[in-house]
Design a protein around this ligand. Sequence first.
Ligand code: AMP
Length: 282
Amino acid sequence: MILTKSALELTNYLHLLRSSDQSVTVGFVPTMGALHQGHMTLVNKSVQENDISICSVFVNPTQFGEKSDLVNYPKPIEKDIELLMQAKNKILFLPEVDEMYPKSYEQQNFDLQNLDFKIEGKQRPGHFQGVCNVLYRFFQIIEPTRAYFGQKDFQQTVVVKRLVQLMGIDTSIDVVPIAREEHGLAMSSRNIRLSQQARKEADFLYKNLLQIKSGYKLLGLKAAISAAKQRIAQIPEAETEYLLAVDAGSLEEVENEAESEQIVLLAVVKFHGVRLLDNMYL
Ligand code: AMP
């Protein structure tokens, strides 16, 4: 595997490659590192579907609201390198902050048609603009054929599709289903902050989403969601930040299943102080 910290080196390498073979396809998986099997489903797909797979590991400061979350973000780079080598990923791009945001760089404000102010955006002001700034930089440096994102961060996938459309970026966006731990907890770099016991118990979120999905036709969507919220409220150390149904395209909240053709449940529950994020199509 090639490891580079330099955007220029990466661009030059890709330029050379493309000048000798214009049909070469490049897959790109942006990550913040602390890789787990969820990330690796994206990397494996990128490796399989493209001539060259590039994975970036960059803990993007502009998408963090709380500095402590940024500082405490796990950075096990040796293990990440090992996993990427095992997966036969071709290039690891590991830029420093100055490389992504040189002194002359001005943060852009993208017109995300309000998608950035909803749901996660309400809890984390500026988060999605931060995500778009870093992705726009990556897309300019790499010009990937395909870029891979996890359904786990559902709102992010909608925002990225909007960014690509807005900026006329010639990259297809591939959304990969959520990889889960044995009992159903969505894999996340933050799960290591839970004790082993809590990690097992944290499957309640997945189970409640399943219960809404199987029960909403009988109960009605609003009542099924409200029953799930009540069940979660009974669980010690669990606190629902949000649990709602939205239209999968506009992210507008839906109270009745007839209001949208494609509905997705979005949830964040704090459990033992860890923010569990999950979602499920109805
Ligand atoms: P992150 O490092 O948290 O920014 O995640 C990098 C990419 O991996 C994002 O597109 C995530 O949505 C995706 N990802 C993270 N966890 C999972 C998971 N459990 N299943 C599928 N994709 C995931």
